[in-house]
Design a protein around this ligand. Structure first.
Ligand code: GDP
Length: 138
């Protein structure tokens, strides 16, 4: 059964001009783009999105980074979308990411790591609802 996940092309990758290459990798892997938009987000919006990480030592740095420039927000759809996108993204730290993954190819550091993808069905539902209205999903 088809599943939806939520993804962000992070500000580092947008700044470096990797948006199209990352979208191409996502489509090549069989994902349908149910919705996509480019926008700059505020620090407060980033803090709400990453609220589960609020106790982590990198929370302030992460939310400053995520609000440092335009990002591309997407809802992606395919069978097994959540796990398959995580696999395509690679490890959080690009130094540990497998060859051919998006983070191996495009990420610069453990924080500026090019792409976000939901890690479970409950987080995907929260994240899609946080950034998209139902009528925006096609
Ligand atoms: P993900 O699911 O692979 O994105 O990783 P996490 O959910 O653990 O962390 C969320 C995001 O926080 C990561 O994608 C990174 O941008 C950032 N992050 C994670 N770990 C660290 C860290 O140890 N230091 C810093 N500065 N940022 C981190």
């Amino acid at each position: 059964m088809s599943q939806r996940t939520f993804s962000i092309i992070k500000p580092d990758a947008v700044r470096k001009g990797y948006t199209a290459a990352i979208l191409a990798a996502i489509e090549k892997a069989g994902f349908q783009i149910a919705s996509i938009k480019k926008q700059s987000i505020s620090k407060a919006q980033a803090e709400g999105f990453y609220a589960v990480h609020s106790a982590r030592p990198f929370f302030d740095s992460l939310t400053t980074f995520m609000s440092s420039g335009p990002i591309v927000l997407m809802v992606l759809e395919k069978e097994n979308a959540i796990a398959d996108l995580r696999k395509l993204m690679g490890a959080t730290n690009p130094a540990n990411a497998e060859e051919g993954t998006i983070r191996k190819q495009f990420a610069g550091s453990i924080e500026e790591n090019a792409i976000h993808g939901s890690d479970a069905p409950e987080t995907a539902a929260f994240e899609i609802g946080y950034w998209f209205a139902g009528y925006e999903l096609v």
